[in-house]
Design a protein around this ligand. Structure first.
Ligand code: KIV
Ligand code: NA
Length: 278
């Protein structure tokens, strides 16, 4: 399978074919996301919550993003991978921003980066695009600014806010972003923005009018996700319960000496053992 690219993505919008995106943070999640056929994988800084146990994305570093991104890239070699630039790594000088972007691309093996913010970061987006790196925008609820926004509030609720979001979206398109994530935006405003832009919009908690959807891996699967349930998430499995019960069964088996059993035991006749860890 050939990975999606930003030209095909725009065609998908024109053809009204929804674009699917899911986060992944490590090798197995990337393998499974690719096998399931997602169009794009996001190595989101939501990994701070989902796999590192922080209560926001603010502590996440470039090193964290590079480390997880390259594991994802090993697992999903035929999928377009976008990796988040984390908190405060694209607000200093452009040289410093480009150094971080270089690491995400060259060491993290991503195909594109995602930056949170609107018109105020348009010049930065322009400079990154000029360096040959595709940029995914992200407006609406931007978790890296949660302390400034004052909580996880739905965006675009009044006319002034809707106007600001549309202007931000246009500024990002004009700066060269290939698509824009709309997070926690009213359905009406997200649809209006999607209709205004020629680049695709990817929604999360933004209703039915966007050109694509993105969700967090651990939310979709109820995999010990710290912030469940979320209204805008649809969960497709309860993997957390499966894992907890399975580990519980292993613990029980050892305690009651039913594991290891006859078939798990070596004798002097055994030779080379197959191992995943070779
Ligand atoms: O980090 C992330 O997972 C994201 C998505 C929620 C869009 O930015
Ligand atoms: Na993010």
């Amino acid at each position: 399978k050939k990975p999606l690219n930003i030209v095909k993505m725009k065609k998908m919008k024109e053809n009204k074919e929804p674009i699917t995106m899911l986060t992944a943070y490590d090798y197995p999640s990337a393998v499974l996301a690719e096998e399931a056929g997602v169009d794009m994988i996001l190595v989101g800084d939501s990994l701070g919550n989902a796999v590192l146990g922080y209560n926001s994305t603010i502590p996440v570093t470039i090193d964290d993003m590079v480390y997880h991104s390259r594991a994802v890239a090993r697992g999903a070699q035929s999928t377009f991978i976008v990796t988040d630039m984390p908190f405060m790594t694209y607000h200093g000088g452009i040289d410093e921003t480009l150094k971080g972007v270089r690491r995400i691309m060259q060491e993290g093996h991503a195909h594109a980066v995602k930056l949170e913010g609107g018109a105020e970061i348009a010049d930065t987006v322009r400079a990154v695009v000029k360096a040959g790196v595709p940029v995914l925008g992200h407006i609406g609820l931007t978790p890296q600014s949660v302390n400034q926004i004052g909580g996880f509030r739905v965006q675009g609720k009044d006319a002034a806010d809707a106007k600001r979001l549309l202007e931000d979206a246009k500024a990002l398109e004009e700066a060269g972003a290939f698509a824009i994530v709309l997070e926690l935006v009213t359905e009406a405003v997200a649809e209006a923005i999607s209709n205004e832009l020629s680049i695709p919009t990817i929604g999360i908690g933004a209703g039915r009018g966007t050109d694509g959807q993105v969700l967090v891996f651990h939310d979709v699967l109820q995999y010990a996700s710290p912030y469940m349930p979320k209204r805008f998430v649809k969960t497709y499995a309860d993997v957390g319960t499966i894992i907890r019960d399975s580990i519980g069964n292993y613990v029980q088996d050892v305690k009651n000496k039913s594991f290891p059993a006859e078939e798990h035991v070596f004798t002097a006749e055994d030779g080379v053992v197959e191992s995943l860890y070779g």
